[in-house]
Design a protein around this ligand. Structure first.
Ligand code: NAD
Ligand code: WQD
Length: 337
């Protein structure tokens, strides 16, 4: 059974490729490498002892995509390809709409033509905007605060509309909370270009000595210690949620759109993450208090009970393991791939 993985060379996509190969699927990756290196896929092949097919192309390239669907018989598509930096999306909104929305549109059109109608889409908790209550259920109001988030929400709408028009589609909209950590081998992990935007890679780079100190964005939130609280989820748990979704979609007798949060259901503050990372790495993570970051919310964590019921999936790893694995990746690969 062959799966097309868009954005498969990236952080989450590479972990998904590894998990798919280990679960016995064949894998074809399409990735433009706009934010990744093909080295991640070489390492996936080494770790699994299995090979995958790699196509370096943009998903907006209709001819290449069509050729892929002609040459391979896919049972499903896992769609990770997309630009994901919130701040950058505010600066370059058209690039984000072009890349994420137009690219997805071409992909869905080619899938429809090829009759491949099983899709797992990387959505995000960002679609909840500033949540009205916690934990966040899938039924919560949606609304976005930046162009990146808007692309995720709009792609969800596109897929829901597609299902209304053709109810044979089997679609999983997986709303990730904060993916962190790395494969236990320390061979693949998150490799941001330039200074990281996100907390965990930033902490890792401070611990390894690449950056001097962490800026803690705000200590006056109404949270346990005044710093922002998030639902961090181990990337391996996250990709296992995709395999679970693939199994559920494949077993459906008729089409459906399943929308599910992928989170642990727990919230950790910035300072709790710093402490957990220091414990795991045995390295100091110096920090300084900085003003709040524009657009940040105080707290966000998932109600993950729907994924448990519907996908028979639960996150297994806690924060200590997330930090241990992130640290192993960082210290083995201080310069990334
Ligand atoms: P990533 O940047 O590491 O991976 C995305 C991959 O897609 C990269 O390899 C990039 O080169 C590729 N890509 C981007 N645009 C492309 C295009 N038009 N055609 C072909 N390839 C393209 O990011 P990630 O953290 O692995 O995220 C994967 C997906 O999950 C993204 O869609 C992201 O929006 C979503 N997501 C990520 C997070 C997170 O915090 N990491 C949270 C929620 C959702
Ligand atoms: C976490 C906490 C910061 C960096 C983002 C996207 C979201 C999703 C996941 C894709 C916050 C604090 C951070 C730093 C800090 N991505 N922080 N110093 O903002 O919850 O979510 O990634 O869909 O869309 O918005 O994650 O890791 O940036 O921040 O104090 O240098 O860490 O203020 O409280 P966020 P994050």
């Amino acid at each position: 059974m062959k799966v097309l993985v868009t954005g498969g060379a990236g952080y989450i996509g590479s972990h998904a490729c590894l998990e798919l190969l280990e679960a016995g699927y064949e894998v074809v990756v399409i990735d433009s490498l706009v934010n990744s290196s093909v080295e991640s896929l070489r390492r996936v092949e080494r770790l699994t002892g299995k090979s995958l097919t790699f196509c370096k192309a943009d998903i907006a390239n209709r001819d290449t995509l069509t050729e892929l669907f002609t040459n391979h018989k896919f049972v499903a598509v896992m769609h990770f390809a997309g630009l994901k930096a919130v701040g950058e999306s505010v600066q370059q909104p058209l690039r984000y709409y072009q890349n994420n929305i137009s690219g997805s549109l071409v992909l869905f059109e080619v899938m429809q033509k090829a009759g491949v109608k099983t899709l797992i889409f990387s959505s995000s908790a960002t679609v909840y905007g500033a949540p009205e209550s916690l934990p966040i259920k899938e039924s919560a109001a949606v609304g976005t605060t930046n162009p990146y988030g808007s692309t995720k929400l709009f792609i969800e709408y596109m897929l829901k509309d597609l299902f209304v028009a053709d109810d044979s589609w089997r679609i999983a909209l997986l709303r990730y909370f904060n993916p962190v950590g790395a494969h236990v081998s320390g061979q693949i992990g998150e490799d941001p270009n330039g200074p990281p935007n996100n907390l965990m890679p930033y902490i890792s780079q401070v611990a390894v000595g690449k950056l001097n100190k962490l800026n803690v964005y705000g200590t006056d939130y109404p949270t346990q210690d005044g710093t922002g609280v998030r639902d961090y989820i181990h990337v391996v748990d996250l990709v296992r949620g995709h395999i679970a979704a693939l199994r559920v979609l494949s077993a459906l007798e008729e089409g459906e759109v399943i929308t599910a949060n992928l989170g642990t259901g727990n919230g950790q503050s910035v300072l709790e993450m710093v402490e957990a990372f220091e414990l795991a790495s045995k390295k100091p993570v110096p920090y300084e208090v900085a003003p709040r970051r524009e657009g940040d919310i105080a707290e966000c964590w998932a109600d993950s009970s729907y994924a448990a019921d519907r996908l028979d999936w639960r996150a297994e790893y806690g924060v200590a393991r997330m930090c241990e694995d992130a640290w192993r990746w960082q210290k083995n690969n201080p310069k990334g791939y």
